[in-house]
Design a protein around this ligand. Structure first.
Ligand code: AMP
Ligand code: ZN
Length: 113
């Protein structure tokens, strides 16, 4: 996945403000934040979107959720944050490497736009 922007972040070919990292995933600040806290959590493995994940990814998907919570905690959010996965262009996905948005630090409306 030589051209994928988030694979480049994983390979350190693109700079990012990383807040959490382990063998399987990276969390870094969104370049265009939509809330005072806006972090992206991505798997190091290239998965295009949630609808392309499979049973072999079951542990990885749980791992991403736990890293999302740790990333929120690292920003002093122990609760009152939102985790979003846009899946497909019609749902707002613009980068086709699976990512979880962790948003917090302001009131969150519902339903989301
Ligand atoms: P989505 O629209 O759900 O695919 O979200 C993609 C997100 O990636 C957007 O919020 C962008 O602001 C963010 N983004 C794109 N490129 C970068 C980058 N190089 N570093 C950090 N965030 C990025
Ligand atoms: Zn990728």
């Amino acid at each position: 996945m030589s051209k994928c922007v988030f694979c480049k972040v994983v390979r350190r070919e693109l700079s990012a403000e990383i807040v959490e990292e382990d063998d399987h995933a990276v969390a870094f600040r969104d370049i265009n934040p939509q809330a005072p806290v806006h972090i992206l959590v991505i798997p190091k493995k290239h998965i295009t979107a949630l609808d392309k994940a499979s049973e072999e990814d079951v542990l990885l998907l749980g791992h991403l959720l736990l890293m999302a919570n740790r990333a929120a905690n690292s920003q002093n959010l122990t609760s009152d944050y939102r985790v979003v996965i846009n899946t497909g262009g019609g749902a707002g996905q613009s980068v086709f490497h699976l990512h979880l948005h962790v948003l917090g630090g302001r009131a969150m409306g519902w339903p989301p736009g």
